[in-house]
Write a protein that binds this ligand. Structure first.
Ligand SMILES: C[S@@+](CC[C@H](N)C(=O)[O-])C[C@H]1O[C@@H](n2cnc3c(N)ncnc32)[C@H](O)[C@@H]1O
Length: 287
């Protein structure tokens, strides 16, 4: 496989079924990447343009990642995107296949290497540690990607992701079950991550702060009005796999329930709950 070659499923099935991992796994090998170089199941040439605006790294989540990286000086960041969570006090090597995402990286950060997790252009044991945030669910061949990350890393591998078994704790499951179903099929289990890394792991729930600055779906657990913004939704790639009808129905239902108090009757306590233990987890290899 050349550096730019990788597994890829279709952008989205013609009948609008979610382009989920289980579905993609049964498809043939296609060794191309999209126009902007996007390598995952989401097309960041389309949805990446406003990503950095809505997905600002959250300092409290960043602190947990930094703690998990321990004393590492050199850090590989795979699926680095616009640079969220890259620690400023370490020597970071970012890897990012999407041109649109690479272009959104601030000038203060190192330019990202155009490569994919499944085929990393680095020698064995090149880095003290590796990190990847909100990315593993998009890799076409998770196991190959994790093996590669392990190969090039001497120390801990730190993965910020979502536990598919915890996704339905979030009220969005009652309004847009298609989005939650899509996420549940895309996010790998902790066991799959452990198998790919070939090492024991520790998985810890990361509480989502009420004023979380990183706009993934659960970040809005206590601020439902924010999810009525179409650009906020599209900054969470699962929304790009459901049809316009789902967006329209969600907007109508949630707007109605906010206007007549139904949402607050059911979930209003979340507006002041300081943090939400949802599906966000930090998975770290044990030394
Ligand atoms: C949701 S974004 C997360 C970006 C950033 N890590 C963050 O936390 O904001 C997922 C990123 O993973 C990248 N990606 C998808 N498939 C990949 C692969 N096979 N190898 C490396 N990166 C990949 C995408 O291009 C995208 O930038």
């Amino acid at each position: 496989m050349t550096r730019k070659a990788r597994w890829r499923g279709p952008r989205r099935p013609a009948d609008n079924r979610p382009a989920c991992r289980g579905f993609c796994d049964n498809l043939a090998l296609v060794i191309t990447r999209s126009g902007d170089g996007s390598a995952g199941d989401a097309d960041y040439g389309t949805i990446g343009a406003s990503y950095a605006r809505y997905r600002q790294p959250d300092a409290r989540i960043a602190a947990r990642i930094s703690q998990a990286l321990g004393g590492a000086r050199s850090v590989l960041n795979v699926g680095a995107g616009a640079g969220s969570y890259e620690p400023g006090d370490r020597q970071v090597t970012p890897v990012e296949p999407s041109a649109s995402m690479r272009e959104q990286r601030p000038a203060r950060l190192a330019p990202a290497v155009d490569a994919v997790a499944e085929d990393l252009p680095f020698a064995d044991d090149s880095f003290d540690a590796a990190m990847t945030t909100f990315s593993v669910h998009q890799w076409g061949d998770l196991q190959a990607g994790l093996r590669e990350v392990r190969r090039v890393t001497r120390g801990p591998v730190v993965i910020l992701t979502c536990d598919p078994g915890r996704l339905r704790r979030f009220w969005l499951a009652g309004y847009a079950p298609e989005v939650i179903d899509t996420e549940a099929q895309r996010y790998p289990s902790v066991a799959a991550l452990r198998d790919g890394l070939g090492a024991p792991v520790t998985a810890t729930v990361v509480p989502v702060p009420l004023d979380c600055t990183d706009g993934f779906n659960e970040a809005y657990y206590g601020r439902p009005e924010a999810l009525l913004d179409p650009a906020a939704r599209l900054s969470c790639s699962a929304w790009s796999f459901v049809g316009a009808a789902v967006h329209d129905r969600f907007t109508a239902d949630l707007s109605r329930d906010l206007a007549d108090g139904t949402w607050d009757d059911r979930h209003g306590h979340l507006r002041t709950q300081p943090a939400f233990d949802g599906s966000l987890i930090l998975v770290t290899t044990r030394r």
